[in-house]
Design a protein around this ligand. Structure first.
Ligand code: PLP
Length: 385
């Protein structure tokens, strides 16, 4: 029988959670505000086309990615040409005609970029562009009135470009202290005055800003992390305006179970010695799956109980200390719920001293993604086979 995958490790993506998170955000910011679903990095590791389609069904009007390849990949996977995609990062100007032909909007922030992109005109269709203004993130964006006005002047002269949007990005919207956010917001307001005509889309808010300041989002929000049900920072957790639903969970199955005697060693470096006679299980997930070596000493759920990871995590496997003997094939949950206990992405992130964003992004292409709607599997994606 042909299956989508044959390994004992998989991630489950709850598309109903994505749908709910998008709908909740739409209600939160109001119907006159567009939701731009940010699906860069394979939708933060969840699965780009499946998340994109779900977000659109839930009312998102645009998609955003980090670079052109990610936008092209969405088109290849069947995203209709009429769905607008915005590339938030920098793109080489020689690809302007390709982006235009695929209805992919590019970010502009330099006069010389426009000069170079013009050398490839005429395009099949006009290229939509979003002008990025640097209000204090210090990453991409124009900073001076002169740059902005020169770009505006060039856009007016050349019909191959359409200014669809203008935007900025916040550095601290997820922090309690709002001083720097307010500084950037005021700077954005000031810089917008340099534009003689306002483009259709003006946007500044990421998830954190949209959740906290729904009345300061202009007419579109770039919705990333909280579309996946994750809070943008731990300090925002008590102030969320509505509950978020986490979409990502990660599971495996015991492939080997054995009794080891006190003192027997486990894994590379023989760093773990059984403290007493113990039941040790082998789980087929390792650092090549994005379950990194630094997850050592964390716990997983098996038979509803917490089981610590013992010894070093290998490339494809790791060992856990079982509460008692369990059969081969017993489900192991690394992220998600078992019998009322739950390990969240935030728990994993806290253990390895990083932000929740990094955890699902890191779960690699080797782990098949199962997409669920209404608790049934609607699609399986395996990037290995
Ligand atoms: C990734 C990204 C976002 C989404 O941010 P979240 O914090 O995940 O909501 C928004 N805007 C830009 C420019 C980004 O790069």
């Amino acid at each position: 029988m042909d299956r989508a995958f044959y390994r004992d490790t998989w991630a489950e993506i709850d598309l109903d959670a994505i749908f709910y998170n998008v709908q909740s955000m739409k209600q939160h910011v109001g119907t006159q505000v567009d939701v731009i679903a940010v699906v860069k990095a394979n939708a933060y590791g969840h699965g780009d086309i499946q998340v994109a389609k779900t977000a659109l069904e839930a009312g998102a009007t645009h998609l955003a990615v980090a670079f052109l390849d990610e936008a092209l990949a969405l088109r290849k996977k069947g995203l209709p040409l009429n769905v607008p995609i915005i590339v938030l990062g920098a793109t080489n100007p020689s690809y302007a005609p390709l982006a235009a032909s695929q209805n992919i909007a590019l970010t502009i922030f330099r006069v010389d970029w426009l000069e170079q992109a013009m050398m490839y005109a005429p395009y099949d269709r006009p290229l939509n562009v979003h002008m990025k203004l640097d209000t204090g993130m210090g990453r991409l964006g124009a900073k001076t009135k002169e740059e902005v006005q020169q770009m505006v002047h060039m856009l007016k002269q050349h019909t191959c470009f359409v200014l669809e949007g203008v935007y900025t990005h916040f550095a601290t919207a997820d922090e309690q202290n709002a001083d720097y956010f307010s500084f950037q917001y005021d700077t954005f307001l000031h810089m917008l005055e340099w534009l003689p005509i306002k483009p259709p889309l003006i946007h500044c808010a990421n998830s954190a800003a949209a959740l906290r300041y729904p009345d300061r989002v202009f007419n579109a929000v770039r919705f990333g992390i909280s579309m996946y049900g994750l809070t943008p920072s731990q300090e925002m957790k008590p102030f969320l305006p509505y509950p978020l639903k986490e979409a990502f969970s990660l599971h495996s199955r015991l492939t080997h179970v054995k009794k080891v005697k006190a003192g027997e060693k486990i894994s590379y470096g023989a760093t773990y010695a059984a403290e007493a006679d113990e039941w040790i299980g082998t789980v087929p997930i390792g650092y090549a799956d994005g379950w990194l070596r630094r997850m050592q000493h964390f716990s997983v759920l098996v038979d509803g109980k917490r089981a610590p990871i013992v010894g070093r995590i290998c490339m494809d496997q790791m060992m856990i200390r079982l509460p008692y003997e369990l059969p081969i094939g017993t489900k192991v949950t690394l992220i998600g719920e078992q019998q009322g206990d739950r390990i969240s992405i935030d728990d994993v992130a806290a253990h390895v001293n990083t932000i929740n964003y990094e955890i699902p992004c890191t779960i690699s292409y080797r782990v098949p993604r199962i997409f669920l709607k209404n608790k049934s599997i609607i699609e399986v994606r395996n990037a290995v086979l």
